[in-house]
Design a protein around this ligand. Structure first.
Ligand SMILES: [Zn+2]
Length: 273
């Protein structure tokens, strides 16, 4: 299902649930943002939408969360109380927040996270505060990143040869061979193209064409875009990753956030879109 949300006076969408999650995390929207499902004309605050599976009137919604509210005993009692319409044999689901099991009809899901009724106010509050939700940033592993790298490598090689081959013809067609200026220029091309390519694409689109093709992007730890300057710096850090048998790249395979050495140095993460 797709969603629309209000940004000031403007209606924006359709966006996916995952994109809504991203927007919450980057604080572009919060619990007070008015949202509606694509199939519906009813605008409601996001906080009320989170997890509600069936449209209900505002009076039927759970009471608003307060900042310091921990799941209370009464809240949990309410959660385990049988629903008016008992559904026999429903699969039990484990709440991602408190770890307790509940019947399917007493939990709600948001971004593949199961939330029980008792935990929902706290969960919504955390969404409002922009707390990073595990599962929204899905870190990209070593192999897909290697695939993206290969695509980028091919594109950059094509760019370099597009410049260097005509230059080579020029150089060797002259009687005294390539001059020192030409050699330096070709060196500059082979360093400058990757620098410009990575900095431009990551600074502008958060992903190089290879990463776009693999549906990956480079972000800050909180999921935000990184600046051109940080994208540029990441190039130099990546050069270090390439040294000593490319151990800096291999580190991604053993890191729980799949960080390479250059991700660590620049505090970046590569995630699935
Ligand atoms: Zn719970």
């Amino acid at each position: 299902m797709s969603w629309f949300f209000m940004d000031g006076e403007q209606e924006i969408g359709p966006v996916s649930k995952a994109e809504l999650g991203e927007l919450i995390k980057t604080r572009r929207i919060d619990g007070r943002t008015m949202v509606r499902a694509e199939s519906s004309d009813a605008w409601r605050p996001l906080a009320e939408m989170v997890g509600s599976k069936t449209p209900r009137t505002p009076s039927g919604a759970s009471p608003p969360a307060t900042a310091n509210e921990a799941p209370s005993e009464s809240g949990q009692a309410q959660a385990v109380a049988p629903s008016p319409v008992a559904v026999p044999n429903v699969a039990s689901r484990v709440c991602s927040q408190c770890g307790r099991s509940f019947p399917q009809d007493q939990v709600v899901t948001f971004d593949n996270q199961v939330i029980c009724a008792a935990c929902k106010p706290m969960f919504v509050q955390r969404l409002r505060e922009g707390v990073t939700l595990p599962g929204i940033l899905t870190y990209a592993g070593f192999w897909i990143r290697a695939g993206a790298k290969i695509i980028d490598g091919l594109i950059m090689a094509a760019l370099q040869y597009a410049i260097l081959i005509p230059m080579g013809f020029l150089a060797f067609s002259s009687t005294d061979g390539p001059g020192i200026g030409l050699i330096l220029f070709s060196q500059l091309i082979s360093i400058g193209i990757p620098l410009a390519y990575n900095t431009f694409f990551i600074g502008r689109f958060a992903a190089t064409p290879g990463k776009m093709a693999c549906r990956l992007k480079v972000v800050a730890p909180d999921g935000d875009r990184i600046s051109y300057l940080r994208a540029l710096g990441r190039n130099f850090a990546e050069m270090i990753s390439g040294m000593i048998l490319a151990i800096g790249y291999l580190m991604a395979a053993f890191d729980e956030e799949k960080r390479t050495l250059h991700d660590r140095v620049c505090s970046t993460r590569v995630i699935h879109k």
